[in-house]
Design a protein around this ligand. Structure first.
Ligand code: NAD
Length: 331
């Protein structure tokens, strides 16, 4: 078969497209566009037969309207809130995601953040390193035993379920709120379903967010909902930044409402210099300095996961180009 198709990788990828070419090379030429903004795509995507997009760009009507012969837009990742999938549907262009490349990595990271916070590991390391305290476990007090405490999950999908199994292995009492999960998931995983967010938050030792970003989940954790958690509990977010209003965290840490927070994702990435959470976390005089962990949207990352994401994204394009049934279509 000749290379009669063109596939573009719009953003994120800075490597040559060697992995994508191993999957698509006999069919298509693969162009890496390294765009930082949608406007960088002008004149470069119009004749693409398939588009691979990561999370560094918004892909709106403005770009989608210019696609003349696109058979698939694939979001090489889980969350597709940066693609106007509803508009793509009106143009007859399917949008698919790559849902499973990093399920275990994100779950491992959520549990990693949980353990670093609830066992006092991050707090003591941070205080000791800057000479703020003497050589004693007491500076992490009071720490409770994890066994039997409630690990509260918002959104029991792929990653929420993988995290639930890990929290169960720690002996935690796993509960979840997910109004859209079908009946029975609680039984297959041996965890507890609760019917309202309020009920979940009131009993949580740790709240871990694993829902998509939607109009309903935007700022689902904010000052009012954090105040529904017990004093001295913990908040972990490895889902999407805007699921948590992080401007509420410094105050909640200062008041003792939260004993710690683990934040892998922010509403604006990278964050502006005056971001309230990041400013407090960088300030050695603010209690958030020792009690908050911030990572640069890295929970998905492992070398194997990154390869899976690229291979599976390219395989989705291949199926679209040769006319095979598509998988993981979200629109
Ligand atoms: P999924 O679609 O398998 O699961 C999401 C679950 O959230 C579903 O069960 C859904 O019913 C539930 N949900 C939807 N609306 C809800 C609401 N209002 N309240 C409670 N639950 C709700 O998705 P997943 O693969 O498990 O991914 C979960 C999240 O992790 C997504 O936000 C995704 O973007 C994010 N993610 C982050 C990283 C990272 O590196 N930090 C990597 C991959 C995925």
């Amino acid at each position: 078969m000749s290379k009669r198709f063109k596939v573009v990788v719009t953003d994120f990828l800075t490597h040559p497209p060697d992995t994508e070419e191993r999957v698509l090379g006999d069919l298509a030429r693969v162009e890496v566009l390294r765009a930082h903004h949608e406007d960088d795509l002008l004149g470069r995507i119009e004749d693409a037969d398939a588009v691979m997009i990561y999370h560094c760009l918004r892909f709106t009507e403005k770009s989608i309207a210019r696609l003349d012969r696109c058979k698939l837009i694939v979001r090489c990742g889980v969350g597709y809130d940066n693609v106007d999938w509803a508009y793509a549907r009106t143009r007859g262009i399917p949008v698919a995601n790559v849902p499973d490349y990093g399920t275990e990595e994100v779950a491992d990271s959520a549990i990693g953040l949980t353990l670093a916070l609830t066992r006092g590991i991050a707090l003591l390391n941070s205080q000791l390193r800057c000479g703020a305290v003497d050589w004693s476990y007491k500076h992490a007090a009071p720490l409770g035993r994890l066994r039997g405490r409630v690990f509260a999950i918002i959104g029991l999908g792929r990653i929420g379920s993988a995290t639930a199994l890990r929290a169960k292995a720690l002996g935690m009492d796993v509960a979840y709120y997910d109004p859209y999960a079908p009946d029975g998931r609680d039984k297959s995983l041996g965890v507890r379903r609760v019917e309202s967010l309020e009920e979940l938050l009131a009993q949580a030792h740790v709240v871990s967010a694993h829902c998509p970003l939607t109009a309903e989940t935007r700022h689902i954790m904010r000052r009012e909902t954090i105040e529904q958690m017990p004093t001295g509990s913990y908040l972990v977010n490895t889902s999407r930044g805007a699921v948590v209003d992080t401007s509420a965290i410094p105050g909640a840490i200062a008041s003792g409402q939260l004993a710690g927070a683990g934040i892998d994702v922010l509403e604006h990435e990278p964050p502006p210099a005056d971001d309230p959470l990041v400013s407090a976390w960088r300030d050695p005089r603010h209690p958030a300095h020792h009690r908050v962990l911030v990572n640069p949207h890295t929970a998905f990352y492992s070398e194997e996961g990154l390869t899976d994401m690229r291979v599976k994204g390219a395989e989705a394009c291949r199926r679209a180009l040769v006319g095979l049934p598509l998988r993981n279509v979200v629109n």
